[in-house]
Design a protein around this ligand. Structure first.
Ligand code: F6P
Length: 324
């Protein structure tokens, strides 16, 4: 390996910059050239490259977003797009890639490896935490802290007005953000796609909560929950059945993806970046680096994409007990 290309792809996540920095500096440490590829696979197709050295990543360990920018490239899903990208990499002398992103980005990397035998290594970067082979994806911890801070603030106004709030959080099809932040913020109920609580039980629980003398209620709703109603329809439904509740909805949205990464995400990004580059140097390819039981380990990309990042049943139980 003489030259490694690094890119960020899909939804940005706090900690991506810290991972770019780690990749660039590990390359420099091992005397390998490094280029940054802008706008993910789209920049690869357009040859939007920049040589990077240890000083090009000064003061970014603490920055949210990604200095390399990100995109979800439709063109890379076509054979023609990938051919252009391959030719650009060959012309630039790049012979291995580090892809920082989520499952969509890893799928692209895997296909690229299959078609061209190109060396690829994935670093899991998404706030959703929906990747198999790592207990934490980059950005998840920061997003949880952001969500908890927001819900704490919502709690202040909710209890001042004796209100019930439905708070919608991100996570695509996964409930990791909702479940963890919900417990952290003391939510009365947490609705996630992995566990269908059912409308009846939600009604009962809210009735119980009111009867037990709670002055406010927070229901955290994962954006992917499958109760057949979006957060506004849920509000209408509860309003209709429990008119004693004064209800508001808050959709947290993209603020969950921004902000300075937590220390946990910065350290994780640094560890993953080092391991990604050193694994490529050792001749490994088509893996993702991840964190399992506080050790950095490799998981085949295919497994990382297709494996199930199950939610923790213990957390479900804790959340149930906590809402007593
Ligand atoms: O995958 C990260 C994520 O923020 C999801 O939680 C959310 O469903 C999606 O991206 C939003 O995507 P976009 O920024 O394209 O609207």
């Amino acid at each position: 390996i003489k030259k490694i290309g690094v890119l960020t792809s899909g939804g940005d996540a706090p900690g991506m910059n810290a991972a770019i920095r780690a990749v660039v500096r590990t390359c420099a440490y091992h005397n390998i050239e490094c280029i940054g590829i802008y706008r993910g696979y789209q920049g690869m197709i357009e040859g939007d490259f920049k040589e990077m050295g240890p000083r090009s990543v000064n003061n970014i360990v603490n920055k949210g977003g990604t200095i390399l920018k990100s995109a979800r490239s439709k063109e890379f899903m076509t054979k023609e797009g990938r051919e252009k990208a391959y030719q650009n990499l060959v012309s630039a002398g790049v012979n291995a890639l580090v892809v920082i992103g989520g499952d969509g980005s890893f799928t692209g990397a895997e296909i690229f490896n299959e078609e061209y035998g190109f060396s690829v290594m994935g670093i899991p970067g998404t706030i959703d935490n929906d990747i198999y082979g790592t207990s934490h994806t980059l950005g998840f911890d920061t997003a949880l802290n952001t969500v908890v801070e927001c819900i704490d603030k919502i709690r202040d106004t909710a209890s001042s007005h004796n209100r019930l709030f439905f708070v919608e959080v991100m996570g695509r099809d996964a409930g990791h953000i909702a479940l963890n932040a919900g417990i952290g913020a003391g939510a009365e109920e947490i609705l996630i796609p992995e566990e269908d609580l059912g409308l009846e039980r939600l009604l009962e629980s809210l009735q119980r909560s009111k009867a037990s003398g709670k002055s406010s209620s927070i229901v955290v709703v994962a954006e992917g929950e499958k109760m057949g109603k979006n957060v506004f329809q849920l509000k209408d439904y509860i309003e209709e059945h429990l008119p004693e509740y004064d209800i508001r909805v808050s959709v947290l949205g993209h603020m969950q993806r921004g902000g300075a990464p937590s220390c946990f995400d910065r350290v994780l990004a640094s560890r993953l970046g080092v391991k990604a580059v050193e694994s490529l140097i050792e001749g490994k390819t088509n893996f993702m680096v991840g964190l399992i039981a506080d050790k950095i380990v490799l998981t085949p990309l295919e497994q990382a994409i297709k494996g199930n990042s199950d939610i923790d049943r213990e957390l479900l139980r804790v959340s149930e007990i906590m809402s007593t």
